[in-house]
Design a protein around this ligand. Sequence first.
Ligand code: GAR
Length: 208
Amino acid sequence: MLKAAVLVSGGGTNLQAIIDSIHDGRITDACIDIVVSNNPGAYALERAAKAGIETRVISPKSYPDRPAFNQALTDFLKERGVDLIVLAGFMVVLPEMLIKAFPNRIINVHPSLIPAFCGTGFYGLRVHEAALARGVKVSGATVHFVDEGTDTGPIILQQAVQVEEGDTPEILQRRIMEQAEWKIMPKAIDLIAHGKVTVKDGKVYISK
Ligand code: GAR
């Protein structure tokens, strides 16, 4: 049974999709061991509590400086002994020491088709604002492993979503969540739990 830590900062709809997928059997052989938030006010924490999942707040505000916060987050996840770290709307740049401690064992969902609209400064609604400003006809979501860069790690799954005339960033965000993020994030966890995902030369291979 794969033990996952899910890291969140906000609403937690991706966390909810993972919880629901474990309940209805779309994810098997995996459990959420802990939900960690940098933000004590994150609604995601309530979702976790409702599902009976342990939660922990690790906020930068509780530490004297960034290195102390980074150390606390890394130590906590190492001591917890999780197999996989899932970034589900976690709006914190991960420290290098954490990434090194979990090579190819951290995954992130990003709300665009990487390499479009990703990297520093592209998160949440900003991604959709940029996509609409560029006038793309198709956007989508990507689940990828996390490496030392920003949104540069090996791509596990992607799902394209149509952009419609009259879309606002909020409307597009919601469609991409419903049609892509909430599907490919649980799917990626299930594939990893079943040992079907391997990384070679920076690319992901999925076995049947
Ligand atoms: C999601 O759209 C996720 O893809 C995005 O934040 C949202 C979190 O929503 N993540 C990023 O932009 C990371 N660069 P949620 O809290 O409802 O899951």
